[in-house]
Design a binder for this molecule. Structure first.
Ligand SMILES: [Fe+2]
Length: 319
């Protein structure tokens, strides 16, 4: 790949870096002037939202996940999710059944075909890391985009938290799209990317899955195509929808052109102005909208232990 081609997707030259810097600053000014970012705390139906950053994330108080949630309060929470993209709750000493019941209020629960589940709870994925099993969710991604209908969102509770480290970072993929140069926006307009569960296929192989088992998974979860720019079904806003964990290629585009372009797009989630970073405590809960965010679990706490449980809500086909 020549320097000129890298330049075309704003690679690593100093002038490209300055251009990107200027564009991000302009986007921040624009959002602030349009009040498009929710920087102010708000409260409705006794539920308060305190933003973590101008772009994304709010800490929620006035609701305990163990309580039955009436329609009005559920609507406030869902509207809060649409606005802030990820909600955080503290001190949620809830049972697994309460975790599931809360998630069910927002849709049908998803069963992950590759992840081990909690005994007796097929909808609950335990995520445990320690000295023998270091954290590995440390790549920017949105969940299960190798599905035809990737999840609406996930609700993750931390049961054990290391003294320090183990934060999760979230990125606003609307901002990631809005901040692209016009040239890149034009390049990806109407384009479709191919997603695959390659990461899990490798793990299955390592765990000793047979060729026939892998083939069966390949048939059940063939590579899928999703638009590079996804329209959120509830907000109508457009966000960048490719990720380094599961996106493989761009349909009808040669890899020589597509791969540098994809790398550039993946890199947008890593821009701090589009992010928030959540410091977990025991019984903290995060509820993210998987349709307009990406996340990255910092794997900086080895050899300490971090234990989480995730319940995931089914989504619909991206368009
Ligand atoms: Fe994830």
């Amino acid at each position: 790949m020549s320097d000129a081609a890298f330049g075309a997707v704003e690679g690593n030259s100093q002038s490209a870096a300055f251009k990107a810097q200027g564009r991000i600053a302009a986007l921040v000014r624009q959002r602030a002037e349009a009040k498009a970012w929710s920087e102010a705390a708000s409260e409705k139906e006794g539920i308060a939202f305190t933003p973590l950053s101008p772009a994304i994330g709010a800490e929620v108080s006035g609701v305990h996940l163990s309580e039955p949630l009436d329609e009005a309060r559920k609507a406030v929470l869902y509207d809060g999710l649409l606005e802030h993209k990820v909600l955080f709750f503290r001190d949620q000493d809830i049972t697994t059944d309460q975790h599931i019941a809360f998630a069910r209020r927002f849709g049908t629960l998803e069963k992950h075909p590759f992840a081990a589940v909690k005994e007796g709870y097929p909808e609950v994925i335990p995520i445990t890391h320690d000295a023998e099993n270091p954290g590995r969710e440390n790549a920017w991604h949105s969940d299960v985009t190798w599905r035809k209908e990737p999840s609406l969102g996930s609700i993750l509770r931390l049961l054990e938290v290391p003294e320090t480290g183990g934060d999760t970072l979230f990125a606003d993929m609307y901002a990631a799209y809005d901040g692209l140069s016009d040239e890149v926006k034009e390049k990806i307009e109407g384009r479709v990317a191919i997603h695959d569960f390659a990461v899990f296929r490798e793990r299955l192989k390592k765990r000793g899955a047979s060729e026939a088992e892998i083939e069966a998974f390949n048939r059940e979860y063939p590579r899928v195509e999703h638009p590079i720019v996804r329209t959120h079904p509830d907000t109508g806003r457009r966000g960048l929808y490719v990720n380094v964990a599961f996106t493989e290629a761009i349909r009808d585009m040669d890899d020589l052109e597509a791969q540098p372009l994809l790398r550039h797009l993946y890199g947008q989630a890593a821009i701090p102005e589009y992010q928030c970073r959540f410091r977990w405590r025991r019984n903290s809960v995060a509820f993210w909208d998987n349709r307009c965010t990406q996340h990255y679990a910092a794997a900086d706490y080895w050899p300490r232990r971090r234990v989480a449980e995730r319940v995931t809500i089914e989504g619909d086909a991206p368009y």
